[in-house]
Design a protein around this ligand. Sequence first.
Ligand SMILES: [Zn+2]
Length: 140
Amino acid sequence: MIKYNLKCHNEHEFESWFSNSEEFEKLKKKNLLDCIYCESKKINKSIMSPMISQAKNKDNLANIFNKDFESEKKHLLQLRKYIEKNFDYVGNDFSKKVREIYYDKRKKRAVYGTTTDKEREELAEEGIELLSVPWINKDN
Ligand SMILES: [Zn+2]
C-alpha cells in the first residue's frame, strides 16, 4: 500500500491509499479518481518537496509584487488627481511660469507642467527646486 497526497485543480488536498503507484495512474486514466470535496476529476499527486514550496513562495512574491504595484498605481493616480485639482496646468510654459512665481512672491500659486532636462538644470541653478512626479496614465 502506498499513500499519496492528492490535489484537485481547485487546490483541495486530501490523502488516498493505493496498492501501488500504477494503480494511481490507472485510476486516474479511467477518471475514477475524484476530489473528496468537489468531485473534480482533475487530480494530481501533490508532491511535498522543498522545490515545490519554493515555487509557491515565488508565486506569493509575484502576488505581493502585483498587489504592491496596484496600490502604488492607485497612489500615483490619487497624486495625479490631487495635482490636477489643486495645481494650474501650464504645460510647456512651466519653467517660465515657475520663474514668474519664484521671483514675484505675490503670484503664489501651484503650477504643474513639463520641462526639459536643460530647463530643469537652469532652474536648479537659480535655486528653484522642482518636484518631479511619476505621471501615470489613467487608462492603464
Ligand atoms: Zn476539489
